[in-house]
Design a protein around this ligand. Structure first.
Ligand SMILES: Cc1cc2nc3c(=O)[nH]c(=O)nc-3n(C[C@H](O)[C@H](O)[C@H](O)COP(=O)(O)OP(=O)(O)OC[C@H]3O[C@@H](n4cnc5c(N)ncnc54)[C@H](O)[C@@H]3O)c2cc1C
Length: 400
């Protein structure tokens, strides 16, 4: 019997396992990952931005853990020779209305204790000659990194400390008893663990349901489609360039992102996904779609955001529409510059009444802890999220 089993070889599961092993060196810990390699889903398909923590509701877990996450991610990268860059970011307003929202966002950043600066039109032009806008927020601490490399390094440190990782091992069933959790996997094996920690990303709701937890949310997949600029355009911006986000939505809008490999991506948008872990535009899963359509929250969130959703869909299918979104602040990007780049799929928890859950969300039973909602900036925040999980678990089992 293992002392701890962690489901999920993404950055949240690996950060948790690695920190738990440091804090409980004498205990046996196993990570169970269904894919043949680590970081196969959200952790390996994202923008690679170390977010500073500007956007999040002051006092929320996101605000607290993201702010701490920046420091711990940078420290982890330095300690482990992982290449990162603090290139900074601009949030650019292009209309009077956006400018007002930008000022509100600036206020929120200050409340969150983030070091930001306001730029006027002239300062913006000097800072980024290819960017057009009437003002911007400059965040100098925002950075870039390859989160899959961070996750793989966490896995290596965990294994160095004696932890065990089983890839190609899907968890199919979970039964909790007074003394342990019995875990049935694809390999036909049955494992037992004194405590289970589930960090299953796009499958978070299904894994929670395996334990009969009465959850009031479902994971709804939102595709994030990217393009990549040609190599010759890689110097088009010095910072990351973001629009002012739509109010009420957890997505940040199509941005220009300098990637750590030297390329620049455009995106991601946010369109309805029809397969939780299918990255092709035509990927479709009957099970995933049925689960979505039979959940009232899906219909409510779709109805509440119908205009935005349809516009996203149109721009996904019609490249000139997508281009307009980036030309708004970077007019020199042309249609031919939008080259293919792999999409990502966000795991977004939606409540039965259609509310999008913005904050990180956890659920517990007496022998388990489930990460139910860990959307962006959970890659940036993975180390403090892991620390938070370890604190909760160790507190729970301190009498065992
Ligand atoms: C398009 C996009 C852009 C983003 N940009 C950023 C960004 O710039 N900065 C940032 O901080 N965050 C960003 N994020 C968010 C970030 O990538 C995620 O929040 C983070 O990777 C979540 O990590 P995770 O470990 O919870 O999930 P995942 O990486 O999805 O890992 C979950 C793992 O669980 C495994 N699993 C699921 N079910 C089972 C099972 N039954 N048995 C065994 N294994 C199972 C899966 O195979 C998977 O490997 C972005 C996300 C997307 C999609």
């Amino acid at each position: 019997m293992y002392d701890y089993a962690v489901i999920g070889g993404g950055i949240v599961g690996l950060s948790t396992a690695w920190q738990l092993r440091q804090r409980q060196p004498g205990k046996s810990i196993v990570v169970l990952e269904k894919e043949g390699h680590l970081a196969a889903h959200q952790t390996g398909h994202n923008s690679g931005v170390i977010h500073a923590g500007i956007y999040y509701e002051p006092g929320s877990l996101k605000a607290k853990l993201c702010r701490r996450g920046v420091q711990s991610t940078l420290r982890f990268c330095k300690d482990n020779d992982i290449h990162f860059e603090q290139c900074g970011k601009l949030i650019v307003a292009t209309t009077r209305q956006e400018h007002e929202r930008m000022l509100e966002l600036h206020q929120r950043a200050l409340e969150n204790g983030i070091d930001v600066e306001l730029l006027d039109e002239a300062q913006l032009r000097i800072t980024e000659p290819n960017i057009t806008g009437i003002g911007a927020i400059l965040s100098g601490t925002t950075g870039i990194v390859d989160f899959a490399a961070v996750a793989r390094t966490m896995a290596a440190r965990f294994v160095d400390l004696g932890g065990e990782i089983l890839t190609g091992t899907e968890v199919l069933d979970l039964v909790e008893s007074r003394d342990c959790v019995t875990i049935t996997t694809t390999a036909g094996n049955t494992l037992e663990a004194g405590c289970l920690i589930a960090c299953a990303g796009l499958m978070a709701d299904r894994v929670a349901q395996l334990m009969d937890i009465d959850i009031d949310f479902r994971i709804v997949p939102y595709r994030g489609e990217y393009y990549r600029l040609p190599e010759a355009q890689a110097g088009i911006v010095r910072h990351l360039i973001y629009p002012v986000p739509e109010p009420g939505l957890p997505f940040l809008g199509v941005h220009l992102t300098r990637m750590i490999d030297g390329s620049v991506t455009v995106g991601p948008n946010a369109v309805q996904g029809w397969k939780r872990e299918g990255y092709g535009r035509l990927n479709f899963s009957v099970k995933d779609v049925w689960d979505m359509l039979s959940f009232p929250g899906f219909w409510r969130v779709t109805a509440d955001n119908l205009a935005v959703g349809l516009a996203e869909y149109r721009n996904s299918l019609w490249k000139p529409g997508y281009l307009k979104r980036v030309q708004k602040y970077c007019p020199s990007v042309q249609l031919a510059d939008l080259q293919p780049h792999p999409a990502g799929i966000r795991a977004q928890a939606v409540m039965r009444d259609g509310t999008l859950i913005h904050d990180f969300l956890f659920a517990e039973t007496s022998r388990s802890l489930h990460v139910c909602n860990a959307p962006s900036p959970a890659a940036t925040s993975a180390i403090p999220i892991g620390e938070h999980i370890c604190d909760t678990i160790l507190d729970k089992f301190r009498h065992d």
